[in-house]
Design a binder for this molecule. Structure first.
Ligand code: FES
Length: 67
């Protein structure tokens, strides 16, 4: 099973990426402050960090992504 979204905000990482690029947001803190993702349970934070670093938007659930 893959991880591809922030469940709390009901938004895919691909959608987060597009919005972040459009608005020039480059950090989890900026994404959270704009209430796009990451502002509730924080389970998506490691994935969003990796998305910002690598551009990936779908992650293998069995792989542990460090903070
Ligand atoms: S899954 Fe993103 S804040 Fe909960």
């Amino acid at each position: 099973m893959n991880v591809d979204r922030c469940i709390c905000h009901d938004i895919t990482f691909a959608e987060v990426k597009a919005i972040a690029q459009e608005r020039g947001l480059n950090s989890v803190e900026e994404i959270e402050a704009n209430r796009i993702a990451c502002s509730n349970c924080k389970l998506c934070v490691p994935y969003i960090k990796r998305m910002l670093k690598t551009g990936e938007t779908v992650f293998d659930r069995s792989v542990r992504y460090l903070k």
